[in-house]
Ligand binder design. Structure first.
Ligand code: ADP
Ligand code: MG
Length: 486
């Protein structure tokens, strides 16, 4: 699945994908003004004269944004450019009052880097980063507020964005989804962007082309502003199929910007693609080139936390977890932290299973985030400990967990209250085993004549009669020896 080829009438096709991710820097104020960069707020409540594009207003760079860009660049294992230049990207749009966007073009603040993505089959792949640059966000036109008028909300105008551009290194929807997941994790670990795609603080432009395996790169189409990881994958699947049909139908792909219609599950043309020279980029005369000192970069380097991949390898090494478990745990920092708190003194594999399967499953069903989990990490650790020391069986543990999730009580308290302690007393279990055997002479005969599957029936009967409390290992052993002798 990782490097999936698509079948067309003329044989196999390879998909090529490059992503541009716009990540809003987590700051209080905008890139070049002191107005609030918060999400929401009454329309046009967060607008300074700079953001409104008033003539003669002077932009002043927000130092926090520069620090965040450098920090993110380091997190992407990328080259930090000590010299970068803000340029004007000129175009007209009603939500762009300046008539240009201040961005970086020829000299971005961050150059080449690379990250590792984790795939479902347990393999990893390196994806190249081409650059990261700082730029302003535009405002927003509202067309659904009035039957005949459009409104403008400039709250977003001037918000600080980091545009992270990948190399065209991905070859399937799965790889692209894994890439966005990893970028989001890195941003969240670093605290440079909240990564909330549904609030638009992380948005994705998806570039897709197709080619015959081994051929030169095909012409790409860019699908704009895809706002969830699921949609990124869907948009790629349907756009690649469309392109194959076009080419196999004897036509050429025209480079263009397209939109993904999430309801129809198709992409449609938005505008023909503009080239860089259409924008008449030139250095912004109001902003000097940005020059960084090595000390400034080094100081930021010192503040870097343990990053997702480092954590993944540590989880594999220190806890003996599989790459699949480790990468699922580290994909959210809160999840990794939860696991590390729960695993203290416990079996790692068992703890990982409980976090990934039972806990995340229950949270999902209850539509809750890990942050609102009714079962704390220490409480889950307590439950795992009771399984490990044979106080309760795995089966009873699920019942206890459901109760913990509903009431927030500790596992031990529930086990005592409900008398769920596992019975590991040989005499007590033997009595039930004897009982079950005595009541099923016909089944014993069948078993003896070769129907091995009936062993499961006997185990089930004994567990049932013990109220699920008999130690399953002991039940198995006792049954085996008694059936052998029967
Ligand atoms: P633009 O501003 O024109 O969109 P960028 O350089 O910002 O250009 O981004 C181009 C993106 O398209 C990059 O992510 C790059 O990897 C990707 N890309 C370039 N060529 C192809 C191709 N043939 N197929 C798929 N993706 C491509
Ligand atoms: Mg671009």
């Amino acid at each position: 699945m990782a490097h999936a080829l698509l079948k067309g009438e003329t044989g196999d096709w390879e998909i090529v994908i490059g992503l541009e991710i716009h990540a809003q820097v987590l700051t209080k104020s905008k890139l070049f003004s002191g107005a609030s960069a918060d999400f929401g707020g009454a329309p046009n409540a967060h607008v300074s004269p700079v953001d409104a594009g008033m003539p003669g207003m002077l932009p002043v760079i927000n130092k926090k944004c520069v620090e965040s860009a450098v920090k993110t660049g380091l997190g992407l294992n990328a080259q930090i450019n000590k010299y970068s230049v803000f340029e004007r990207k000129n175009y007209f749009y009603p939500d762009l009052p300046q008539g240009y966007q201040i961005s970086q073009y020829a000299h971005p603040i961050v150059g080449n880097g690379e990250i590792e993505i984790d795939l479902a089959d347990g393999s990893s792949k390196i994806v190249g980063i081409e650059r990261l640059h700082l730029e302003q966000d535009a405002g927003k036109s509202l067309h659904d507020q009035h039957p005949t008028k459009s409104y403008l909300d400039l709250n977003r105008s001037g918000n600080p964005l980091m545009e992270i551009v990948s190399k065209p290194d991905m070859n399937s929807a799965e790889e692209a989804a894994a890439y966005v997941t990893k970028i989001r994790a890195i941003l969240r670990y670093l605290g440079t962007c909240d990564g909330n795609m549904d609030e638009g603080s992380m948005r994705c432009d998806v570039n897709v082309s197709v080619r015959k395996p081994g051929a030169a790169l095909g012409t790409r189409c860019e699908i704009k502003n895809v706002n969830s990881i699921r949609f990124v994958a869907q948009a790629i699947e349907c756009e690649a199929k469309r392109q194959i049909e076009v080419i196999e139908g004897g036509d050429k792909i025209v480079q263009e910007t397209r939109l993904f219609d999430t309801k129809a599950g198709t992409t449609r043309a938005m505008r023909s693609k503009e080239e860089a020279h259409d924008y008449r980029y030139f250095p912004d005369p109001d902003l000097l080139p940005l020059k960084l000192e090595q000390d400034f970069i080094d100081a930021i380097k010192k503040t870097l936390p343990e990053l997702p991949d480092a954590k993944k390898y540590r989880f594999m090494k220190d806890y003996g977890l599989s790459v699949a478990d480790a990468s699922t745990l580290i994909s959210e920092k809160s999840r990794a932290d939860y696991f590390e708190a729960a695993v203290k003194g416990n079996d790692a594999k068992l703890t990982a299973n409980w976090v990934l399967t039972e806990l995340l499953g229950a949270l999902n069903r209850a539509e809750k985030d890990l942050g609102d989990s009714p079962v704390s990490a220490t409480q889950l650790g307590g439950l795992v400990a009771l399984i490990s020391d044979n106080t309760i069986s795995g089966r009873i543990a699920k019942e206890v967990f459901a109760e913990m999730f509903a009431t927030g009580k500790n596992a031990a308290a529930i086990v005592e209250e409900k008398g769920l302690r596992q019975v590991s007393d040989t005499g007590a279990i033997e009595k039930i085993v004897d009982d079950v055997l005595k009541n099923n002479p016909d089944k014993i005969a069948e078993y003896k004549s070769g129907k091995d599957k009936l062993f499961g029936f006997f185990v089930g009967q004994v567990l049932k009669q013990s109220g699920g409390k008999a130690n399953p290992g002991m039940v198995n052993e006792l049954l085996k020896s008694k059936l052998d002798k029967a």
